[in-house]
Design a binder for this molecule. Structure first.
Ligand SMILES: CC(C)(COP(=O)(O)OP(=O)(O)OC[C@H]1O[C@@H](n2cnc3c(N)ncnc32)[C@H](O)[C@@H]1OP(=O)(O)O)[C@@H](O)C(=O)NCCC(=O)NCCS
Length: 158
């Protein structure tokens, strides 16, 4: 753990973040559930769509994307969005490589993001998780988040 540091995103990191994303989100991604229900469309897999979310996060707030690294190796990441007008920070995505899980990196990345939000003077931080994501439902409350509401996702084929 001591040789692992947290640093800010660089544009050259993006392909690795996309790869960690597609390797990590099986079983917890809404995009995968849509594909399981409706099949593939537009010749784009759920993995391609999920990886696009990371492109959007990195384009929208690159200074608020943080990576856990050991030397040149990226072990995980967290993305953030900042709504200054409403003094609200959001964590849309995070993932840690399978080999590096359970070492506390997820918690460390969340605490880093919360420190970033506090430095920005924000009033509230939000994060969501799927009901099927047992790790999220353990980790987020243990980092200080309180459950506020549950959401239901609906979709239909057109
Ligand atoms: C969520 C994720 C980032 C956590 O990364 P991590 O580095 O393993 O996280 P940590 O080691 O800091 O903490 C994991 C916690 O979950 C707990 N945990 C692990 N598996 C669990 C399970 N099946 N059910 C409940 N809790 C579980 C661990 O015991 C640990 O809690 P503790 O610190 O109180 O002991 C990682 O699991 C991941 O990449 N998952 C796939 C992508 C994902 O779900 N992203 C979040 C949704 S946006």
């Amino acid at each position: 753990m001591t040789d692992i540091t947290v640093r800010t995103f660089r544009p050259t990191d993006l392909p690795v973040l996309r790869q960690i994303t597609v390797d990590s989100f099986s079983g917890v991604a809404l995009e995968q559930m849509l594909e399981e229900r409706f099949g593939q469309w537009n010749e784009r897999s759920w993995k391609a769509r999920k990886a696009d979310h990371i492109d959007d996060d990195c384009a929208s707030n690159p200074d608020g994307v943080f990576l856990a690294v050991r030397g040149d190796q990226i072990l995980g990441y967290i993305t953030t969005r900042v709504d200054r007008h409403n003094s609200r920070g959001r964590i849309p995505n995070m993932a840690v490589t399978e080999e590096a899980r359970g070492l506390g990196l997820g918690r460390r990345l969340i605490n880093h993001a919360l420190g970033y939000f506090r430095d920005q003077g924000l009033h509230v931080a939000v994060i969501e998780t799927m009901a099927s994501n047992a790790v999220g439902q353990h980790l987020y409350p243990s980092c200080g988040f309180e459950e506020v509401a549950r959401q239901v996702h609906y979709a239909m084929k057109l």
